[in-house]
Every structure is written in structure tokens, then in C-alpha cells.
Design a protein. Structure first.
Length: 115
């Protein structure tokens, strides 16, 4: 049997970071995949950042749907982002996302176990 949810009915929750929020679009408990971890929709207010963090053995794919800002990794690499950009973070890659614009930023995040 398939599963259906309307995004409008998924509650917004806090993240593991000190700022921002998200909707858990699909959790790992809702699938039978041993590799799937999560599919979330993230909200990052203007002037806020998700501090440097990493995902242990998790590959993270980020798609920017709204806003702009700066993305950094632990090695000092930095890229600006705008709506429509896509980033892939290999597992165990420390990174942070900063919204330095005057509008909120929004993202789709897909997370998969590396092995």
C-alpha cells in the first residue's frame, strides 16, 4: 500500500541546530530502504546560519528553493547560493549554511546512508 501526505499538513519542527526549522517530508521509518535517512524541507530565517556540522556516514543533497546566502565547509571552501542551486555533501563533511540575505531561505534536503 502506498502512503500519501500533503505538505501543508506536515508540522514544522525545530532542527538539531540552534536555529531554523524543518518539515520531515519522509522519515526513515516510513520506508523499507536500508540507505534512506530523511527527506526534509528546511527554513532558514534572514541573518541566521546553521552552524558547522557533519552527518556521520550520511550523504546529504541540498536543493535551494528560495533565498540566497553562503555555504562553507571546514576546509575553508565557500560558495554563494541562490534558488535553483544544488549541493552534495559527501558523508562526514563539515559544513555550514548562512542566510545573509534580507529574505528567508528554504531548501530540500535528501539524506542517504553512505554504506
Amino acid at each position: 500500500m502506498f502512503s500519501k501526505k500533503n505538505l501543508q499538513n506536515i508540522p514544522t519542527e525545530g532542527t538539531s541546530h540552534a536555529s531554523g526549522s524543518r518539515k520531515m517530508v519522509v522519515s526513515k521509518e516510513e520506508t523499507t530502504s536500508k540507505y534512506f535517512e530523511a527527506y526534509t524541507y528546511g527554513y532558514l530565517p534572514s541573518g541566521v546560519k546553521w552552524e558547522m556540522h557533519e552527518h556521520d556516514n550520511i550523504v546529504e543533497i541540498c536543493v535551494v528553493t528560495k533565498g540566497k546566502g553562503i555555504l562553507r565547509d571546514f576546509d575553508g571552501n565557500e560558495e554563494t547560493f541562490v534558488a535553483g542551486d544544488r549541493f552534495i555533501f559527501p558523508s562526514n563533511t563539515k559544513h555550514e549554511i548562512e542566510n545573509n540575505a534580507n529574505e528567508d531561505a528554504e531548501f530540500y534536503f535528501f539524506r542517504f546512508k553512505d554504506q
